[in-house]
Design a protein around this ligand. Structure first.
Ligand SMILES: Nc1nc2c(ncn2[C@@H]2O[C@H](COP(=O)(O)OP(=O)(O)O)[C@@H](O)[C@H]2O)c(=O)[nH]1
Ligand SMILES: [Mg+2]
Length: 358
């Protein structure tokens, strides 16, 4: 899963990136904006993986991962500080966006950018995404109209025209495309554009540690449109540099129950509707992510395209049942070690062994 951190300059994106990844990317002091994005990969700690490893004693344990990309500033459109094409392209490869908004006071930043105004910042971010999409959609519509004028008539193009017009109409009304329901054929026809306002987006409210936990009214307002999480950027960054035990002490002091990384991981899974399934064996025990509602063939495809292509059946049991009953043998005796077909909808915590032949 890839999450792009976006937001206005000095909102604390890089600070939060460091907190999440434990890396040490350079914090831009107020002015200079480097244009290279920072990349970091974080393991998704899932205690079920360690439990499964106790059962199977594999050579390797492989956790699911989240890749964070810290973009330098917003994908601004022509006229304003424009982001390079390569950066825009990179933004398009993300599964979701996390918009960082400034909710901390800082004398120097306040002087140049004004007092923190998270709601206004969210609006600006929204507008930037919408403008970026609008440019792409309008360009595309011109091309489609040209083709139609020239007499090209195919069904696919007509569906795309409909979708693109619908997109432009809503973007012109300031409505992000993630709020628009496209029928599946239309959705497919524009998927390739990877419209930024269509990506699931959550808000990270970057608060001062002093006012952390005192922004529930603000959070409620944001929550009416977005999933939101409050984050004390500086504090969490310092925290991420400490040893585990020290971290626990500091978190207790601040009444923080879960690290920001863990909370954001959960929120990302929620935002994207992701669940976990596991594959097991002597070589490796591994966690995978899949969208809730996807089936056994989709799951097989995550592991390898050959497994999806040659899918026969999935041997399947649930992690919970294994822990409860203690062995695969006991699962078989209770009929809980099942054979599932192509249309089986994978559940969170399923352990799958794919039978296939190609
Ligand atoms: N007080 C306070 N300052 C922060 C916080 N997060 C970031 N900053 C400061 O804001 C400035 C910009 O941070 P940076 O992470 O580089 O922002 P970016 O431009 O969005 O990547 C730096 O001086 C940070 O120290 C925070 O949670 N609280
Ligand atoms: Mg930065």
């Amino acid at each position: 899963m890839k999450i792009g951190l976006i937001g206005l300059p000095n909102s604390g994106k890089t600070t939060i990136f460091n907190a999440l990844t434990g890396l040490d990317a350079e914090i831009s002091s107020y002015s200079t904006q480097k244009t290279e994005p920072n990349l970091g990969i974080v393991k998704v700690i899932d205690e079920r993986i360690s439990k499964l490893a106790e059962f199977y004693e594999p050579k390797k344990i492989i956790h699911a991962t989240i890749e964070y990309i810290d973009f330098a500033g917003l994908p601004r459109v022509a006229g304003k500080e424009s982001l390079s094409n390569s950066l825009l392209t990179l933004a398009k490869t993300t599964d979701a966006l996390a918009a960082v908004v400034r909710n901390f006071k800082d004398e120097i930043i306040d002087q140049t950018l004004g007092k923190p105004d998270p709601l206004a910042d969210i609006e600006i971010i929204n507008t930037e995404l919408i403008l970026s999409d609008l440019i792409i959609a309008e360009k595309r519509l011109e091309k489609i109209e040209l083709s139609l004028k020239r007499g090209v008539k195919n069904n696919e193009l007509m569906i795309e025209e409909k979708a693109v017009r619908k997109a432009i109409e809503s973007l012109n009304k300031d409505i992000p495309l993630r709020n628009i329901d496209f029928p599946s054929d239309e959705e497919k026809s524009i998927r390739g554009f990877q419209f930024l306002s269509q990506k699931p987006m959550m808000i990270i409210l970057n608060s001062d540690e002093k006012n952390l936990g005192h922004n529930s009214e603000l959070q409620e307002k944001i929550r009416s449109n977005y999933k939101v999480m409050e984050f004390a950027g500086n504090f969490e960054m310092e925290l991420s540099k400490l040893m585990h035990e020290e971290q626990q002490d500091f978190m207790a002091d601040m009444n923080i129950k879960e690290s920001a990384r863990d909370r954001l991981t959960k929120l990302s899974y929620e935002l994207l509707g992701y669940i976990s399934f596991f594959t097991i064996g002597k070589d490796e025990v591994r966690a995978w992510t899949i969208v809730n509602g996807e089936n056994a063939v989709d799951a097989a495809g995550k592991v390898h395209s050959d497994l999806a292509r040659g899918f026969i059946r999935a041997e399947c049991f649930s992690y919970e049942d294994l822990i409860r009953l203690g062995s695969e043998k006991a699962l078989r005796e209770k009929g809980l070690f099942r054979l599932e077909g192509k249309n089986y909808i994978v559940k969170d915590g399923d352990v799958l062994k794919i039978r296939f032949s190609i």
